[in-house]
Ligand binder design. Structure first.
Ligand SMILES: [Zn+2]
Length: 354
């Protein structure tokens, strides 16, 4: 009986407590990293970088499978999708397509570097983007050149010529909605790889890799080491070291997932706009918006949670508030409110100071 009273008491207090925090018990949505695509670079008639009898394609596949197994066993609820799970050729555009079709939340492409200078060694992680560094153009051209092994590369990549630096200029015109999250994950990958087994952290870099180009989610390309360097090559082909490399990437995945997974709190229903407003009908340096949700982690502009609405965000304490519209007066915002509420029944008007 005592327990029942406690529960009754709690259930009557809890909503008050929650609304005191500005949260509503009924309006919680969960954002979780649910699907990861692991992309083992090269395969089939594309061996990737070569040193003697050592092929990049075999190293990438081995690490990809180890990483996938770790994620599966620690997070059975996460879908792990491989772009290839055996020694086969997969076109670069197909790899991004697999990720997009499966609504992946993260794309991890695994590669091994190669350089004419055999002393070049170490690991680095790339995100899509323009970088003035010509070294990056070199590795980029190397990785992208595999499209000439594809049957119809001129039409699949819109006339892109991997050997021509001019072709890379078009990328600078593209905006990358997931750059921030891609950089977050890339930074974690590089940090965790600091413990070895491949020495020399070459950092996080930006370059225009075709395999990342069409991905509509945070995406990175990891160059795990140099096949052209004898030390790196020994490490990359050693099974225990491959396990450690996979384990480092897995630790980065764990940290990223932890910060990615978040609760979104929809605003409590119909409170804000009914309060008598002390704000003037039109304000000089402020404006009004319609808040649709808030989250503790910054969502990308095209997050599916926004249901296609273009929204802006403001940081509020540790949370981000997302709002649509930009109205000079509260009345203008009120007129727009019914339409927004078709998508977000609990949306409400906020004042945003500039
Ligand atoms: Zn490669």
């Amino acid at each position: 009986m005592k327990r029942i009273i406690t529960i009754l008491l709690l259930s009557s207090i809890l909503p008050t407590l929650l609304s005191g925090l500005g949260l509503s018990a009924q309006s919680k949505q969960v954002v979780e990293l649910r699907t990861v695509v692991i992309d083992a670079g090269h395969g089939g008639h594309d061996p990737g970088a070569i040193n003697g009898k050592i092929y990049e394609k075999n190293i990438t596949l081995s690490v990809a499978k180890r990483l996938g197994e770790m994620i599966k066993s620690h997070y059975p609820e996460v879908r792990v999708i491989y772009t290839r799970s055996d020694d086969r050729f997969v076109e670069l555009y197909r790899r991004a397509e697999i990720a997009n079709k499966n609504n992946a939340d993260l794309f991890i492409s695994l590669h091994v570097n190669s350089a004419a200078d055999r002393s070049a060694r170490g690991h680095e992680t790339f995100v899509m983007g323009q970088d003035k560094n010509s070294d990056n153009l070199e590795i980029c051209q190397l990785e992208n050149s595999v499209i000439v092994l594809e049957d119809d590369y001129t039409s699949n990549y819109q006339g892109f010529d991997p050997g021509n630096p001019e072709s890379y200029i078009i990328f600078s015109l593209l905006q990358n909605a997931h750059l921030e999250q891609s950089l977050d994950f890339a930074t974690l990958v590089q940090d965790r790889a600091d413990s070895g087994p491949v020495a020399n952290n070459r950092g996080v870099k930006q370059a225009n890799f075709l395999v990342l180009w069409k991905c509509t989610m945070p995406a990175v390309l990891i160059e795990m080491g140099f096949i052209s360097n004898s030390n790196d090559m020994r490490t990359l082909t050693d099974k225990n070291s491959q396990q450690r490399i996979a384990s480092n990437i897995f630790k980065a995945f764990q940290a990223y997932k932890k910060s990615y997974d978040t609760d979104i709190y929809l605003p409590p229903s119909g409170e804000e706009e009914q309060k008598p407003s002390s704000a003037p009908a039109s304000s000089g340096n402020g404006h009004f918006g319609i808040q649709i949700m808030a989250s503790s982690y910054l969502l990308p502009a095209d997050a599916k949670e926004f249901k296609g609405w273009r929204c802006r965000h403001v940081k509020s304490g540790r949370n981000y508030k997302y709002y649509v519209g930009d109205y000079r007066t509260r009345d203008e915002a009120l007129k727009a409110l019914p339409k927004v509420r078709n998508s977000f029944p609990e949306a409400f008007i906020i004042r945003v100071d500039q």
